[in-house]
Design a protein around this ligand. Sequence first.
Ligand code: DIR
Ligand code: MN
Ligand code: MN
Ligand code: MN
Length: 311
Amino acid sequence: QELGVVAVGFSGGQPKAGVDNGPQALIQSGLLGQINTELGYKLHGDSEVQYYKDLAVANDADHRGMKNPRTVSAVNKAISQKTYEQSVAGRLTLTLGGDHSIAIGTISGTAKATRERLGREIAVIWVDAHADINTPESSDSGNIHGMPVAFLTGLAKGDSDDAFGWVKEEHQLNIKKLVYIGLRDVDVGEKKILREHGVKAFSMFDVDRYGIGRVMEMALAHIGADTPIHLSFDIDALDPTWAPSTGTPVRGGLTLREGDYICECIHQTGNLIAVDLVEVNPALAATEAGAQETVRAGCSIVRCALGETLL
Ligand code: DIR
Ligand code: MN
Ligand code: MN
Ligand code: MN
């Protein structure tokens, strides 16, 4: 099995420094070595973390309320090309972030590659405390890590090439093929969007009511058999007990075991084509142990998605 690695040290989609050191922390704790020696993947792509500093736009003024719009757009355009190249070559693509704005790049790249390679639309399973589906107009924060799903589904459109205008139909995701798991902090404007478009979403209420086993049955039934799946996993989907070192922790989240189970189920379908693991910020835990725990949780999530089994 071939794996295309994209390691993105980027924090421009939100205001807190340190999330750009997430991928290095994951790699330093041995993740890629485990994937190679224990899970048996041949690794391609980034052999070190890329920071895309050359793409930072000086004096990047707010645009439609978005913060760092040109920088985030340019970095995502580069990431899109990277995941496209790995995915069109038929490799499972693993992206280590970075803040969640980078999913504009990762998903647009795999969506385009999958259309070309298989003539298929992808499905996306978005595991997160947040829906990240604000448009620039509905966002209160202006942080683009709260907007990637809006740009990917075409709900938000870029108005020029240097502000997400490069996201074309071939890059986009059918909103009917989007499934959320783990939601518990959704903005009022986002709830309106989710309702209006009938988006399939399993909140923590659903996880409590049905259990993670039935939630995964329902999520995968919605996607349908034989559909290529891109998993975008925000570490803040996990409860802060397991993942305290992240930019916007929210209580009442998934246990690490539930997060791992989600990934195991998706791996078992045989349809996984890409995984993102984002928002690990080693600088934010109150203690060094908290940062380490978060990195360990991130590594466990990735290994489960790539096929680590208990027995
Ligand atoms: C909020 C927070 N919905 C926003 N989003 C976060 O800024 O749009 N996403 N934290 O991960
Ligand atoms: Mn997110
Ligand atoms: Mn989140
Ligand atoms: Mn397997």
